[in-house]
Design a protein around this ligand. Structure first.
Ligand code: 15L
Length: 271
């Protein structure tokens, strides 16, 4: 049931891949959605739109007005040049948390990524208490966002949930995603649970479906009542062979292809 105090929800990056699915899935249910994206969007009833960049602090201040909960998706959604990561994922994420604090917003749900722990061995399960092990500049930017979230929870009392999203796709595409896939409906449900949950302090959750091959331990899922429904295993027969060869860093670590990008290290030393 929707907690009445979290009815007014701001989604940054609302015109992106995940944003469009959340917009459709969260629509209604007594919520008003405020959509924030550089790409102009047309508002439906119970929606408000703002076309602006998260680098624009005045626009963000305006966007936060009267908001109960922010779902922060905006940013570069994959590995990229530092010139792109810095303004969007580092400065932009700071701007969002700071605008939320200044406006008295209660809750921020931050779209983090599994690439925060990308360089753990794929043969090992990983939870939320291990040190970060990012596999990319993108992964570092998400680890930074989680640290910022923890700061804003501890110092300023915001409620913060960081979602380490796996492979968000309509259906899984390769063998790795048999473990890392999150379906559209499970993604909507995860965010809905985080919006509606009773007050919390700081949570880290893996955004993953109920996959038989899942390697991510998700203790905070129970706190918000997230129970994923989909299981990538139904695609196993067709996807099992779509994988990098052994010895390729893309095969050996949780982060998959991100780990192989620009790789000049010594995989044997990554224990
Ligand atoms: C992510 O964080 C990316 O946004 C997405 O493009 C996928 O690569 C996904 O992780 C993944 O790990 O499959």
């Amino acid at each position: 049931m929707t907690a009445p105090q979290n009815r007014r929800v701001l989604i940054t990056g609302s015109a992106g891949e995940i944003g469009c699915v959340l917009r459709a899935g969260l629509y209604g249910g007594g919520r008003t959605l405020r959509l924030f994206d550089i790409k102009p969007q047309a508002a439906r009833p119970d929606e408000e739109v703002l076309a602006a960049d998260i680098g624009d602090t005045a626009a963000l201040a305006q966007a936060m007005h009267g908001i109960d909960c922010v779902v922060h998706l905006a940013g570069v959604p994959r590995e990229g040049a530092w010139d792109a990561i810095l303004p969007n994922n580092i400065i932009g994420t700071y701007n969002v948390f700071e605008a939320a604090r200044n406006a008295g917003v209660k809750r921020v749900i931050f779209a983090s990524s599994n690439h925060v722990i990308g360089y753990y061995r794929a043969t090992e399960a990983v939870g939320i208490s291990e040190p970060e092990r990012p596999d990319s500049r993108y992964g570092v930017s998400k680890a930074y966002g989680e640290a910022l979230g923890r700061l804003y929870a501890d110092k300023y009392g915001l409620e913060v949930a960081c979602l380490r999203i796996g492979s968000f796709r309509a259906r899984p595409q390769d063998a790795r995603q048999l473990a890392t896939w999150i379906s559209h409906r499970d993604m909507v449900e995860l965010v809905r649970c985080c919006i509606d949950a009773a007050p919390f302090h700081f949570l880290v959750l893996y955004g993953v479906s109920n996959n038989a091959r899942n390697r991510w331990q998700n203790p905070d899922a129970a706190t918000v009542g997230y129970r994923p429904l989909d299981n990538a295993e139904q695609y196993a027969a067709e996807l099992e062979t779509i994988k990098p060869s052994a010895g390729d860093p893309a095969a050996d670590f949780h982060g998959g292809a991100f780990c192989a990008l620009e790789f000049t290290g010594d995989a044997r030393r990554i224990d």
